[in-house]
Design a protein around this ligand. Structure first.
Ligand SMILES: Cc1ncc(COP(=O)(O)O)c(C=O)c1O
Length: 428
């Protein structure tokens, strides 16, 4: 398979080209979490742990006194002030331990234990990587060999089949189907059983809360997948980056904590969604200890390490109080409901997502789009209406289930969502 630019990123490019409201790619247009940003900034400026500690406690009076400026100090720019507190010595903008600074690996262990009651060993099990994207890649490469099969649930995040192709893996697809009456998406257990029994298959990719449908796999579904993994000696690679974004009483379950799964689950996670910081590229993988060495070798050889100062910021994010994480979903719930209402008002139908921050909406009942292919519908929206989405067929490899959907991201600010809805109402 030819490796191409992802469709999602192409839609973002088209959005810029056509001045469209960009509801395609999954990133926010709101500020990242402040404590995390400050953690990164103080590391860059402080240079060493002593420097960071010094900056953390410095008052403006001390900064100005150290600068020796006179009465005009109130006219200094922030840049001039900050330049005065830089540390000439440096460690924190340099190469650091390739598997992640120990401080961050300990923070990840504490965070995981606090949320799920299971503590991964920071030395033997946690590797800091460049976002979930690298996390998935090193999991794929270190766990499997060309020709091995990997189970992917469609509709999927295109990362999975694309990376499988890069590493010569063979994706086996199972299909989530929309059950509009029940208001959810369903997995077919017979399909799961059939792929698990394929002797070439080595691993399941489990993404919950799921992109693009918002499906949150419940305990029952995950127990069934765990049972198949144990029965057929398979691994699970869990992509948990939307773990805090669940709605309407749904909750995220930690598959690695299920019976017999600790030794066969690779947990992939990142700051991208939790910190509103998709550009930071900080993530991590939790591996069974005997799988760690190989994964770290792939990681080290490919990218060396994640950015040192941003890892310091990540520590400050993961050490935030529990209430911060519990509060993340509420904001997205309001946005979900705003966008659903807006889309329904112009004819779309959509099962309310149980988690994550995408709406996988059926456009067949929108008169202006009904007869179009998903790509034509998305092109019409981006060029004529001024709203960028992602065509539904991009999320499927087999069958034509995707031919009726467009994906909208509702992680943007309320103003951006309202601007998008207004355009749909006025121009569709
Ligand atoms: C399910 C899923 N996995 C992985 C990623 C990529 O995450 P990261 O930015 O951490 O590489 C995304 C991004 O939208 C996603 O939706």
């Amino acid at each position: 398979m030819e490796v191409k630019e992802t469709v999602i990123r192409r839609m973002t490019r088209l959005a810029v080209e056509h001045g469209a409201v960009n509801l395609s790619q999954g990133f926010t247009d709101e500020a990242p979490v402040f404590d995390m940003v400050w953690g990164g900034v103080s590391a860059m400026l402080g240079g060493t742990q002593e420097g960071v500690d010094r900056i953390e406690s410095m008052t403006l009076r001390e900064i100005l006194a150290a600068r020796g400026s006179g009465g005009n100090s109130l006219d200094l720019t922030l840049k001039e002030v900050v330049a005065g507190i830089r540390n000439p010595r440096d460690q924190l903008n340099q190469y650091s331990f390739p598997f992640g600074i120990p401080e961050l690996r300990h923070a990840i262990a504490d965070y995981t234990e606090d949320l799920y009651g299971v503590r991964p060993d920071p030395e033997e099990q946690i590797t800091v990587v460049l976002g979930a994207s690298e996390g998935m890649a090193v999991a794929f490469r270190s766990l499997m060999e060309p020709g091995d099969g990997v189970v992917v649930m469609q509709p999927y995040h295109e990362l999975y089949p694309s990376q499988a192709a890069i590493f010569g893996l063979v994706p086996r697809f199972v299909t989530l189907r929309e059950d509009r009456d029940a208001g959810t998406w369903r997995l077919d257990r017979d399909e799961l059983r059939a792929v698990a029994a394929d002797p070439a298959v080595r691993a399941f990719v489990v993404n919950s809360p799921q992109n693009p449908t918002g499906k949150v796999l419940d305990r029952d579904n995950l127990s069934f997948i765990a049972e198949l993994c144990r029965e057929h000696d398979l691994f699970a690679i869990t992509d948990e980056i939307y773990e805090h974004i669940t709605f309407d009483g749904h909750r995220h379950w930690y598959l690695a904590g299920f019976d017999g799964m600790a030794e066969r689950t690779l947990v992939v996670n990142s700051l991208s969604k939790t910190g509103r910081s998709t550009g930071w590229r900080i993530g991590w993988v939790i591996t069974p200890p005997e799988r760690t060495r190989r994964l770290r070798a792939v990681h080290d050889n490919l990218v060396v390490q994640a950015p040192t100062p941003l890892q310091k910021g990540a520590v400050d994010l993961l050490r935030k109080e529990r209430g911060f994480f519990e509060g993340i979903a509420g904001d997205y719930l309001r946005k979900r409901d705003l966008l659903i209402e807006g889309l329904r008002s112009v004819g779309f139908t959509a099962t309310p997502p149980e988690g994550a921050y995408y709406l996988f909406a059926d456009y067949r009942s929108v008169p202006a789009l009904a007869a179009m292919s998903p790509v034509d519908a998305a092109m019409h929206l981006v060029k004529e209406v001024g709203v960028a989405t992602v065509p539904g067929d991009n999320f499927y490899a087999t069958g034509n289930d995707g031919d009726r959907y467009l994906r909208f991201a509702f992680c943007r600010s309320v103003e951006t969502l309202e601007a998008g809805i207004e355009r749909l109402r006025a121009r569709l």
